[in-house]
Design a protein around this ligand. Structure first.
Ligand SMILES: O=C(O)C1=C[C@@H](OP(=O)(O)O)[C@@H](O)[C@H](O)C1
Ligand SMILES: C=C(OP(=O)(O)O)C(=O)O
Length: 430
């Protein structure tokens, strides 16, 4: 399915934020790793959250759902033996479950998105699992991957954090369940460090003890722990909402998004600070962000690693700013659903924006007069590319046709419905 995005000068109205993807993934996982019954209120509903629901059910968790919650009977440290798992296109789900698979004799993760997740690297996690005695069969670090576990007991593990924080998070979820204590040392660098804060927060809520160094570069994890069964409530999602806020910032707008907690550990809440730095009129009070955009923005410089999943939306806003913006420390955007530097900038350029890439930077020469548009955009299987190009299309002179825009459902299936509710001229076409 494709989407036509037509120029839309004004946006107005209010929406409730979608539920957080990262917290939904984590709560479903810790509920599955508990032996009791947990309840998750307001879980996200998307392809990625469906992927983890499906996989934990395959591994033996029993899920019952209604409109507002999921009740989960977990499998603890004894997942059911299953031959294959299909995580769809969900990177975090794959990495977390690769670690859980260390508790099983043999599981194969199949490759259903050869042009997206199928191209992403998992070498650093494979190496770390190897140190625990887990045997991993793989294709140069990529899917399909077979994990032969069952013998891990804990110990000293080193893991690189230079490509993704998800490898470290995966080990943090696994090691408390092992018989002996573990020590995890992060090598090189740790990208998306803020997301590890979300992992530690959820582990603590689940009753797990982890001793983390202040810089998150080393951890002591006591072995023989059990995940407690708990009730969890999922907060609103900043990465998805960042795209709607960027849309409000580049138009004449009066837009409110509710359910965005001021004190969230989501790094992408930095969208608020970045839009403020760009001089976009907005307030953030009592969980509601209210943007009264006038279409005028100033260029900005920002360390994108603090808000990995909101950088594309920030760049889309910067396309219309006065001056040159720079988003630095973003190399790991290259290892996502697509290469979010080369592929994304190719689509922005096609739409008429003036952008430049460095190995680990995105430079945007702002065009307050707007971009030309009138072209077809390749979504590269990437929900965040689709959302960001939609923002650009709202302020292009000619419509954009975004091919395969249905991939937005990876994290935010209701994105176009929300934009339409705010008055955006967006339309699904076959
Ligand atoms: O742990 C997580 O749930 C995530 C970590 C981040 O990935 P990286 O650590 O690979 O940057 C983020 O981009 C992804 O959407 C979700
Ligand atoms: C990169 C993302 O997700 P994942 O790594 O979980 O596929 C994302 O949601 O932007």
């Amino acid at each position: 399915m494709d989407v036509i995005v037509r120029p839309t000068p004004t946006l107005q109205g209010e929406i409730g934020a979608l539920s957080s993807k990262n917290y939904t993934t984590r709560y479903l996982l810790v509920a599955a790793l508990s032996e009791g019954v947990s309840t998750i209120y307001h879980p996200a509903h998307s392809e990625d959250s469906d992927a983890i629901r499906r996989c934990i059910a395959d591994l033996g968790a029993v899920l019952t759902e209604d409109e507002e919650k999921i009740v989960i009977q977990g499998f603890g440290r004894h997942p059911r033996h299953v031959k294959e798992l299909n995580v769809g296109n969900a990177g975090a789900v794959l990495r977390f479950l690769m670690a859980v698979a260390a508790l099983s004799p043999e599981v194969t993760f199949v490759n259903t998105y050869p042009d997206s997740l199928g191209k992403r690297p998992h070498d650093d996690l494979i190496t770390a699992l190897g140190q625990l005695g887990v045997e991993v069969e793989h294709r140069e670090g990529k899917l399909p991957i077979t994990i032969r576990g069952g013998s891990a007991v804990g110990g000293r593990i080193t893991v690189s954090g230079a490509v993704s924080s998800q490898y470290l998070s995966a080990l943090l979820f696994l090691t408390p369940l092992l018989a002996e204590d573990s020590e995890i040392i992060v090598l090189d660098d740790l990208k998306s460090k803020v997301v590890v804060g979300q992992t530690l927060e959820v582990l603590e809520q689940a009753g797990i003890v982890v001793h983390a160094a202040e810089d998150y570069m080393s951890f002591k994890v006591p072995g023989g722990q059990a995940y407690a069964a708990k009730n969890y409530t999922v907060q609103g999602d900043y990465p998805g909402s960042a795209a709607v806020l960027a849309a409000a910032a580049v138009t004449q707008s009066d837009v409110s998004i509710h359910r965005l907690a001021e004190h969230s550990k989501q790094g992408e809440r930095a969208i608020i600070d970045v839009l403020r730095m760009m001089e976009v009129p907005l307030t953030h009070e009592n969980g509601t962000v209210h943007v009264q955009g006038n279409g005028k923005l100033k260029a900005v410089e920002f360390d994108g690693d603090n808000a990995t999943d909101a950088v594309l939306a920030m760049v889309a806003a910067a396309v219309f700013a006065e001056g040159t913006s720079r988003f630095y420390n973003v190399e790991n955007l290259r290892y996502k659903e697509c290469d979010r530097i080369t592929d994304y900038l190719a689509e922005l350029t096609r739409a008429g924006a003036k952008v430049e890439e460095r190995r680990d930077e995105i430079i945007v020469h702002g065009m307050p007069e707007g971009v030309e548009g009138g072209v077809t955009i390749n979504a590269h299987y990437d929900h965040r590319v689709i959302m960001a190009l939609t923002v650009v299309g709202l302020r292009a002179r000619q419509p954009l046709l975004i091919k395969d825009a249905h991939h937005v459902a990876k994290s935010y299936p209701q994105y176009f419905d929300h934009l339409r509710a705010l008055g955006a001229d967006v339309e699904w076409v076959q």
